[in-house]
Ligand binder design. Structure first.
Ligand code: SF4
Ligand code: SF4
Length: 493
């Protein structure tokens, strides 16, 4: 596309011909206030906030409808532009309740932010504000406050253009115009949390997050959703400072992180709300379970497990792993047990619904990472037969619930193994049925890489400290490998 020269606030800039002024300004580091414009939802130009002064034009123009042209001279910070923006803001606030102290959007609200930047006037409105619906539960995840809505229509464009499910619309006219559910529908389309993200004010709030924690107490860490093989970019918002309202949960919410190559601006509700059980049913202690249940140190566990691995034929030790392992984990596992057969196929416990937007059938993030290392999974049916026949003497189970794999017969099959250990972040019905139980970190407590279904390698980062003595899986494999090597060196000496 040809480039053109234009001026913004007196600065000479260059942009692709036809790029919108609001976008070209953002590229140059200048944020022009806006509500209705969203890069993925279009530019209806109805909120009038992005108004700018254009040299030679008789009236101010909205910059989300104005393409960059050669020689265009635009001012977003002139007294005339600021006056126009402040007037637009004043109109948005005519009927908006001034309830920032009790509004859950406070601290990340477009109205509040722009009022502080460009508003700060005494209201001229003496009449009562128009009252509309409050605390409307419009779906399992979203609450609507019609009074706070500024009718930017981002939410309706999301359900019309992105999910194409049409649950929301603008109803009535004039000062009683409002966002409502389409008659007979509820907002439940698998992607509903995104309307909360796009709503620039406190009209749409997240039923799980609202009133749990003030946003200024949150820490944010870049991560990758482990909910399926898409590997959406996310930001994990943690609250370890004041978590008395959310029952001690350390992860307060998950938000999408813009990634044009993977998920754009969106994530699905499965991924968004996957943080709820992250602090429940966790394993934090290293346990020897047989002959008696006893807490031991990592060093003791590594030596004892290494002893047992040395005694048995490695080909008779089956490793049942999960697609939740990181690339670092797969590599360390391969180095620890290069000859042992691996079982990590997602069937039948780690698959689910897929759709055309983002969600993938494999509900684990990193089967590709194993594939990239040349690892192959055997079938669980064949493993069941090998356990029945005694061909397999040991089972190393990593982050997998065997009851979900084999159903009711899982306990009997596990009992066929002479020796087994469980390693993972969460309790499962059979996690104490073997010889050892090792606590591993959850993805929010470690740094690593997942390879998504398209082969994109993406980093996720540690947001929280591990629970108890838990360690990342690759560190556990490394400890056992070091113990094996030390025994060999000891025997050689
Ligand atoms: S509810 Fe929010 S996103 Fe929807 S129109 Fe109102 S302000 Fe815009
Ligand atoms: S599509 Fe998959 S990776 Fe993306 S948010 Fe949903 S579960 Fe997570």
């Amino acid at each position: 596309m040809a480039k053109v020269k234009f001026k913004l606030n007196g600065r000479e800039l260059e942009a692709e011909a036809g790029r919108l002024v609001i976008e070209a300004a953002k590229d140059a580091g200048v944020e022009i206030p806006h509500y209705c414009y969203h890069p993925a939802l279009g530019n209806p130009g109805n909120c009038r906030m992005c108004i700018v002064e254009v040299a030679g034009a008789p009236k101010p123009q909205v910059s989300c409808r104005l393409p960059v042209l050669e020689g265009l001279d635009v001012k977003s910070d002139s007294p005339a532009a600021k006056r126009a923006q402040a007037s637009a803001l004043e109109l948005h606030l005519v009927n908006h309740p001034l309830d920032c102290p009790v509004c859950d959007q406070s601290g990340e609200c477009g109205l509040q932010d722009y009022y502080m930047k460009i508003g700060q006037y005494q209201s001229q409105v003496r009449e009562d504000k128009v009252h509309k619906g409050k605390r409307l539960e419009i779906g399992p995840h979203v609450m609507l406050d019609q009074e706070r809505c500024i009718l930017c229509t981002r939410c309706t464009r999301f359900v019309d253009d992105v999910t194409k499910t049409h649950e929301l619309g603008v109803f009535k006219r004039g000062h009683v115009e409002r966002i409502e559910l389409t008659p007979g529908m509820t907002l439940d389309n698998g992607y509903t949390g995104n309307v909360v993200d796009v709503c620039p004010v406190g009209a749409l709030t997240d039923r799980d997050f609202r009133y749990q924690v003030r946003v200024w107490y949150l820490d944010k860490t870049d991560s990758i959703c482990p909910g399926c093989s898409r590997g959406c970019s996310i930001s994990v918002h943690t609250n370890t400072k004041r978590n008395w309202h959310n029952e001690g949960r350390r992860v307060a919410r998950i938000k999408p992180r813009y990634n044009p190559d993977v998920n754009g601006h969106w994530i699905c509700d499965d991924g968004r709300y996957s943080y709820r059980p992250l602090d429940a049913g966790r394993l934090g202690k290293v346990l020897r379970l047989q002959p008696a249940r006893e807490e031991i140190s990592w060093a003791e566990a590594a030596v004892e497990i290494a002893d047992r691995l040395r005694e048995g034929d490695p080909k008779g030790l089956a490793v049942v792993a999960s697609g939740l392992l990181s690339n670092e984990d797969w590599k360390a596992l391969k180095e620890l047990l290069p000859q042992s057969p691996l079982y990590f196929s997602p069937e039948p416990d780690q698959v689910g619904e897929a759709d055309e937007l983002l969600r993938r059938r494999e509900k684990v993030p990193n089967l590709k990472g194993a594939e990239a290392l040349g690892l192959k999974s055997g079938s669980f049916e064949a493993l069941a037969k090998d356990l029945e026949s005694g061909k397999v003497w040991g089972l190393y189970v990593i982050e997998r619930d065997l009851e979900k794999v084999w159903g009711a017969k899982a306990k009997d099959l596990l009992a066929k193994a002479k020796w087994s250990l469980f390693q993972g972040p969460f309790k499962t019905p059979l996690s104490e049925a073997g010889s050892y139980r090792l606590p591993a970190t959850a993805y929010v407590e470690e740094t690593g890489h997942f390879t998504n279904f398209e082969g994109k390698v993406q980093a996720y980062h540690k947001a929280l400290e591990p629970i108890g003595s838990a360690k990342p899986d690759h560190e556990i494999f490394g400890l056992i490998r070091a113990a094996l090597a030390a025994e060999r060196e000891g025997a050689a000496a």
